[in-house]
Design a protein around this ligand. Structure first.
Ligand code: ATP
Length: 238
């Protein structure tokens, strides 16, 4: 059986500047895989390429057995690859519920959509309380909840989360990571990009460490949490 997501020798450039320099990674069904690394390592560029927002200059990406290089972003979503982007990108003037419904824009099954809105509210009760409120009035943490719940509205086979804890208070960060753990235990397959390497490694089945466009280390999440070079470079330990 091949992996749900297979990336081979992927290269991505902005003009002459190569941001991703030939990376390979896999995500199996049911796994949580994290991609960690310093600022500018190329993590966001990688996710944007996987979801069809950027074209690679070389390499292969297979999702659910299909070659998705060159496939437009809305078709990639339809295949079941959802992306909760860095910076959330919610629609500030629309209500919480309207934002959620936009996550189901490709679906026509009204009953299933209503069920999934409920599921989003069960996962994030705060969103239910704020369902009629303009999304722009939510706190940063609540906007992150909304971005995650919206990404789940397409019933993805793979959920990509880019920096879900960015800019959040420690308490809110814990809440968001607890929700990622809850999604994991319900069987959601997740590719997680996270600055908070400690939280990401503690949660992930496997991890890839990226530096200046290359994957420099890979292993089990817990294994890397105890790796000396990772501890020094990413966990702020001597
Ligand atoms: P961060 O955690 O800071 O978001 P990252 O690992 O996600 O970092 P990327 O955002 O993918 O890194 O950036 C990788 C490299 O590509 C960086 O050197 C960055 O400056 C460059 N880059 C990113 N976006 C663009 C762009 N639109 N045009 C030109 N260069 C870019």
């Amino acid at each position: 059986m091949s992996a749900l997501l297979e990336v081979r020798d992927l290269r991505v450039a902005y003009g002459k500047v190569e941001a991703v320099k030939g990376i390979s990674l896999t995500v199996e069904e049911g796994e949580v895989v994290t991609l960690i690394g310093t600022n500018g390592a190329g993590k966001t560029t990688t996710l944007h390429t996987l979801s069809g927002l950027l074209e690679p200059s070389a390499g292969h990406v297979t999702f659910a057995g299909r070659d998705v290089v060159g496939v437009p972003a809305h078709h990639v979503v339809a295949l079941g690859l959802a992306h909760s982007p860095e910076g959330r990108h919610i629609f500030p003037r629309l209500t919480v519920e309207e934002n959620l419904l936009l996550g189901a824009f490709l679906r026509r099954d009204a009953a299933g959509i209503a069920d999934d809105v409920e599921r989003g509210y069960t996962l994030f009760p705060r969103l239910r309380e704020r369902r009629g409120q303009a999304a722009g009035t939510l706190s940063g943490g609540e906007q992150q909840m909304l971005a995650m719940a919206r990404a789940l509205m397409c019933r993805p086979r793979l959920l990509m989360l880019d920096e879900p804890s960015m800019g959040l208070s420690p308490i809110m960060m814990k809440k968001i990571m607890a929700t990622v753990a809850e999604l994991k235990s319900s069987g959601t397959t997740i590719l997680l990009v996270e600055q908070n390497a400690r939280a990401a490694l503690a949660l992930a089945d496997r991890a890839y460490v990226m530096e200046t466009g290359r994957i420099v280390l890979t292993g089990g999440g817990r294994e890397l949490l105890h790796d000396e070079s990772v501890r020094k470079a990413y966990l702020g330990e001597e």
